[in-house]
Each structure stands twice: as C-alpha cells, then as structure tokens.
Design a protein around this ligand. Structure first.
Ligand code: SF4
Length: 191
C-alpha cells in the first residue's frame, strides 16, 4: 500500500458529515517508519487552519514533552482517530470516530507498523485498547492493538486547560504524561 495513497484519500474524503462543518481534512504527519506513534482524537482550530495535526496549544505541549525526552517530533508519527474537526470541538459519538479510524488510522498503523502507540486521551484509548474508563485508571498501563503495545495517557489539550485552572493538579498530570511517554519510548527502543 502506498503511503501517499492514504494521504490522498484523506484529502478528498467526504464519507461522513463531520467534514461539512469546516470542510477541511487534516492528514497525519511524521516519520512513516517511526518506532513511536501518537494518536489523538481529532484536529482542533489551529490544526484545521494549518492543515496539520497537533500544531495548536496542545501540539506545542506535546512538542515540549518530546523535546524534554530528547525526541525530535520528526522522528515520531502523529495522527488522529478523526481527520475532520467536529463542530465546536464536541467529541463525535464513538461509532462516528470509529468509522473514520477504520477507514484511515487502521491502515496508517499497518503501514507505519510502530513498535509502540501512545493514545492521547480516552477516545483513542477506547479505539485502540477497547478500554472504556477514566484515564486516571488506564493511563500508563500497557495494552495491545494486535501485537503492538499501546499506552494510554492524558491528552495534551487537557493539560493545557488544567494548567490554567489548577496548577497543582497540572503538575501531577504533566509528570504522569512524561512518565507514560518515557515508558513508551523505552519500550520502543527495546523492541
Ligand atoms: S471525518 Fe473521516 S470519514 Fe468523515 S469525512 Fe472526515 S476523513 Fe472522511
């Protein structure tokens, strides 16, 4: 399967009505042979403006975390369950997110074949691990998507919101996310 084909298909996909809201599809990006893959829920406002995933506040938070672990963003692969932005950033029903992920994310994972996947937030964790639960319970644990280890952690957009509302809780969650990604990185290096 040509990787470019997936990107081209994403760009012209109109298969569901999520596209109707903002009329732009945001493809994944990064290293197609990455050992580590990150999966979020859907693109935000800045992502649809730039047509790239994780380039807004949450993306900058993720970039800073990667940098603190000595990882170049270009070395990893970054994607979302859903390639179009839901209206007003309201999470689409899981079946709708799954519809998009089955069309694209599933094939991206087959092509990239990462050593470890990090789920950013509950929706990605539900799709890739089947776990439906609060992130505080499942984060940092190792699940499997096929043969690929999957580690759920906080979505960086949650950390962005928490930093303003509750700096103390933010410090705890930020450390947890650091720990989870470091764990994923170490596992990817071992595989
Ligand atoms: S959300 Fe996914 S399935 Fe729906 S139009 Fe966008 S790319 Fe296609």
């Amino acid at each position: 399967m040509l990787l470019e084909e997936i990107i081209k298909e994403i760009a012209i996909c109109r298969a569901c009505d999520i596209w109707e809201h903002y009329k732009i599809n945001v493809p994944p990006e990064g290293n197609w042979t990455a050992r580590l893959m990150f999966v979020g829920r859907d693109p935000g406002r800045e992502e649809i403006e730039q047509g790239r995933p994780f380039v807004g506040q949450a993306g900058r938070k993720l970039d800073a975390l990667l940098k603190s672990l000595g990882i170049d963003r270009k070395a990893v692969f970054i994607s979302n369950l859903v390639k179009c932005r839901p209206l007003n950033n309201i999470a689409p029903p899981f079946a709708r997110a799954k519809f998009c992920a089955d069309r694209f994310l599933k094939r991206e994972i087959e092509v990239v074949s990462p050593k470890v996947i990090v789920c950013l937030g509950a929706e990605a964790a539900r799709y890739l691990t089947g776990q439906v639960g609060v992130m505080s319970r499942i984060r940092g644990s190792v699940y499997k998507y096929g043969e690929i280890p999957v580690i759920p952690t906080w979505h960086p957009s949650y950390l962005v919101r928490l930093e303003k509302m509750d700096p103390e809780a933010y410090a705890d969650r930020a450390w947890e996310m650091y720990y989870d990604v470091e764990k994923a990185l170490n596992m990817a290096d071992e595989e």
